[in-house]
Structure formats: C-alpha cells, structure tokens
Design a protein around this ligand. Structure first.
Ligand SMILES: [Zn+2]
Length: 277
C-alpha cells in the first residue's frame, strides 16, 4: 500500500470518528443509558419527593423518567459545607428540574453541568465595581443559577418545595427556569421563542409585568409573589413556579400569561395538579 493511500485511509477514519463524536456520540450514549431501564426503587423516591409525578399519565411518566435518568447520569452533584448528596437529594432535584422539560427536548439542559447543594440557606458576599464606584453586598440565598452551567441550591428549601406542593414557592423550579432563560444567551425573562410566538410573549409578558409593578406600587393585593416584579428575569422564574405550583390560580388571574407559558412548556399543569392545594 502506498504511503499516499495509507494517509487517505487515516484521514478518512479520523474524519469519520470526528463526525461520529460530533453528531452521534451523545445520542448513542444516551440510548445506551436508557436501555438500562429505570430502577424500581427510584419510583418510590419520586412518588414521595416529587408530588407532580403521581399525577402524570403513563406516557408522560415514561418521558419524565427518561429525562430524570439522563439528568442523573450526566450532571455532577457536589455537596457544600459538609452536606452529603445522597440518592434522595439527587432524585428530588432531578425530578423537580425535569418537570420543566417534561414536554420539551432534554437538550434544553445540555449546558447544565453541575449542581451544588448547601444544607441550608447560605451567605454570599460580593464586591461589584462599576467604574470608580465599588459596592459591597452581603446576601442570604436559597439558590442561584449561572449562565456557565451551574445551579446552586439550599437543600432545606428544596425539601420544603417537595413537601408543600401547593405553595407558591419552589426554589428548584425557579433556578432551572433561569437556566431555560439563558438558552438564548440573555437573562431577559424571555426563553428561546421565534416568530409569532415570540411577539405574543413579548406583548403579554410586558403588559403583565407592568401591571404587577403598578399594583405593587399602589399596595394592592398582588396575583404574583412580589419578587417577580424586581426584573423581567425574576418575573419569568417566579411565573414558572406559580404555573406549576398553582396553575388554577394563575389561569384564573392571568389567562393570557397562562396560555403563553402553556405554549412554551407545551403542557397544562392543571391536568396533573390534583395533588396540589
Ligand atoms: Zn431568581
């Protein structure tokens, strides 16, 4: 065999390997993982820790379990301040996080790499420089999300979300909603949408956001947790919590907002909210 032929065979093999890795390796790996089946004892944990799970139809349950299985295989969990991340912790977080992508592609979470879990709320001290002005902040946080593929959560707050399904707050849904917001590169309260759906979203959400801010400024009773009025990104995260935790309330109070969220998440949580409220 001439050296030229050996070279061509080598280059072709290299290109084929690169193509496989780029376009097929991830889906091939995922198929391999899913073929291992969903462990029976995980079902017991999900039923106890993820109240939505019990209300899903069998088709949605299968889809949900696949997402949870991939999530646990691909994401790295780290315990902070001596916290031990066990299977119950991982399944609780994965279960609530995967609810958001129940009817959406799992690839929405491709960029999330690690989840840091503190035992309780944690303190963050920051120094921000804007020109010559330096400001210091000292905050107590229940969770946060970063555009670099990291989510931080306080386990005490996650557990409260798991045991109080009808309450308006769910820190896991909140932080993973921020991750969906990051998908188009900006944390602006608008997840990736296009065409008419994007225009409708913009119009509906801007109007609802302004209405919320106005009602709060007049000290009227608010239809949403006031934290949602701090900025559009928080509006989307808080709306997501309410959409899943109190769907009937949101649908009654803001039907157009509910419809926009229903189109984005591609599900109607009123279908499986019988374990709520
Ligand atoms: Zn937030």
């Amino acid at each position: 065999m001439s050296s030229m032929l050996i070279y061509l065979v080598f280059v072709t093999a290299l290109l084929a390997g690169a193509c496989f890795y780029l376009f097929f390796y991830r889906s091939w790996r995922r198929k391999q993982h899913l073929e291992q089946g969903f462990p029976e004892h995980w079902v017991v944990v999900l039923e106890a820790q993820v109240p939505f799970y019990r209300g899903l139809t069998s088709d949605l349950k299968r889809q949900f379990e696949q997402h949870v299985q991939l999530f646990l295989t691909e994401k790295n969990f780290y315990g902070c301040d001596g916290f031990e991340v066990d299977e119950r912790v991982r399944l609780t977080i994965a279960g609530h996080a995967c609810l958001l992508i129940l009817a959406r592609p799992y690839s929405d979470y491709d960029e999330i790499r690690s989840i840091l879990v503190y035992p309780d709320v944690y303190r963050v001290q920051e120094q921000v420089q804007d020109g010559l002005v330096v400001t210091h902040s000292d905050q107590v946080r229940a969770g946060e999300a970063s555009s670099l593929g990291q989510v931080v959560l306080a386990w005490s707050q996650c557990e409260e979300s798991a045991t109080r399904p009808g309450s308006h707050h769910n820190v896991i849904l909140h932080e993973f909603a921020h991750q969906l917001d990051y998908l188009d590169g900006t944390a602006d309260g608008a997840p990736p949408l296009s065409g008419e759906q994007a225009e409708q979203w913009q119009q509906t959400m801007t109007q609802a956001y302004e209405q919320l801010r106005q009602s709060l400024s007049h000290q009227s009773e608010s239809w949403l947790d006031p934290y949602g009025a701090t900025e559009p990104a928080e509006f989307f995260a808080v709306l997501t919590e309410t959409f899943f935790q109190q769907p009937q309330h949101l649908s009654n109070a803001q039907p157009a907002v509910y419809e926009a969220l229903q189109k984005f998440y591609r599900i109607d949580p009123r279908m499986f909210c019988k374990y709520h409220n």
